[in-house]
Design a protein around this ligand. Sequence first.
Ligand SMILES: NC(=O)c1ccc[n+]([C@@H]2O[C@H](COP(=O)([O-])OP(=O)(O)OC[C@H]3O[C@@H](n4cnc5c(N)ncnc54)[C@H](O)[C@@H]3O)[C@@H](O)[C@H]2O)c1
Ligand SMILES: O=C(O)[C@H](O)COP(=O)(O)O
Length: 527
Amino acid sequence: MKVLVADGVSQKGIDILSKEFEVVEKPKLTAEELLEMIPEFDALIVRSASKVTKEVFAAAKNLKVVGRAGVGVDNINIEAATAKGVIVLNAPEGNTIAATEHTMAMMLSMARNIPIANETTQKGEWNRKKYVGVELRGKTLGVIGLGRIGSGVAKRALAFDMDVIGYDPYVNEERAQNMGIELGTLDDIYTKADFITVHMPLTAQTKHMIGKETFAKMKKGVRLVNCARGGIIEEAALAEAVKDGIVAGAAIDVFESEPMGENHPLQGLEKVVLTPHLGASTVEAQIGVAVDVAYGVAAALRGEPVSTAVNMAPVSAQVMKTIRPYFDLAERMGCTVRSLAEGAISEVEVEYNGEITKVDTKMITTAVVKGMLNPILQDAVNYVNAPGIAKERNIKVKSVKNAEADNFANLITVRVKAAKNAVEVQGTLFGEEARIVTINKHRVDVDPHARILICPHINCPGVIGKVGSIMGAAGINISGMQVGKTDIKGTNIMVLTIDNEISADVLAEVVSVQGIFDAKLVNFDVV
Ligand SMILES: NC(=O)c1ccc[n+]([C@@H]2O[C@H](COP(=O)([O-])OP(=O)(O)OC[C@H]3O[C@@H](n4cnc5c(N)ncnc54)[C@H](O)[C@@H]3O)[C@@H](O)[C@H]2O)c1
Ligand SMILES: O=C(O)[C@H](O)COP(=O)(O)O
């Protein structure tokens, strides 16, 4: 598979991907070039510069994943990606410290006039009086957005003896207390803060959240920092507020349109410190995000779920560690029920028993659905679009949990209702190895790999031998065989692991054997 890297990404990430995939690096790709190249690629990696528009998704033919080597995904049309079944993932942690430290650097530079003092001193001037600054100690800092970077900035501001008021609609009092800060309203911040820094994504809610009306509420002489996203603070209104002396200083790393070019209203103002979106630009952060995005993209290309996917239900790294071993089992169980079901499936129920009930199992259920749809749709189904495809096909997906697990530490039961029959398969993990342990209530111990032939039959002499003869005559090697019993008297299930393709004629011959009820092939190669 082919990976296109459209923005400058650390070699460490490229090296990881190159071991498994063909990687093409085009660090300065134009929008037109991206549209032209995308059809042949399975994965795309970007930073903030490349715009992954709905046109890009429309032009893509093989695209399975877009990886963002950083946090913000506002340059990627997530809706278009999801509609096309393309996974979008980011690398949310690798640049947190870099952006946090850049925010502190910007705040200190602005408070002490360092950029302009440097510029004039370099030219031979000696302006000690003109560039008298202010201290951070004792000042109130308003932090809007208390996620990874906002909370890191709050922590560092406390070390500078600042009083910190935070605002984040999704953060509770207890978390604020643990951070050692006061939680307030936006108005508390606007009216009390000497410095305000924003650390949230650009959304419909946050766009132009700070503008002319909010400057009017702020303390005269407030200083603002934006190392989050351009557009959260209205740029023209900010420039006016600086000129009017309402805002004593601004330190801005991100802009509504990047690169900002010339004639921007914030350019040429001594009280304003500008950097060209450098928040994540440290050696360490670039290695961190490149490595994280490379592992994420590689997992997505292998068809595995990814904890940093932004268009799938979020799963913490801790939960992912617990549930990851079950994905393979779940997909194979999905494939098995699909192969045994006759006609359209209308309902799938996944029951979890044992220890696994303690964690969020939604993604395991998605894995069952993916495995169930795989025999029909193959490559087109993934962890992003599987639930949507099931819905489109009117397949009701349910899951239930029951802490009791009888003989197993963990047990997954998949039941489907199909047009002509109902199927139940149970599976578990022995260590990390997937095992199917019952098929329609018959006890078995099936390693769900390669191809298996499942034949329910009457428990009487001669049936198994006849099936073996048919296989032999057709040149099909049986590399494993077991007979699964059930409490229902008189019926057994024969599960043959076969090494070769089996034709419809041979299958029909097997079904014609007296005593055989049915013969269904499960081909796990599609999983
Ligand atoms: N300048 C850079 O180079 C650079 C580097 C890294 C991250 N960033 C940007 O910084 C921002 C924060 O990154 P992060 O890693 O801390 O993200 P995060 O997801 O950890 O935190 C974002 C926080 O914003 C909060 N939030 C959402 N809507 C809000 C609203 N209306 N008002 C207040 N808070 C709101 C969320 O609850 C969350 O706690 C993102 O926009 C990211 O793209 C910029
Ligand atoms: O959201 C981010 O991660 C930052 O804005 C960094 O963007 P960059 O990768 O283009 O430096």
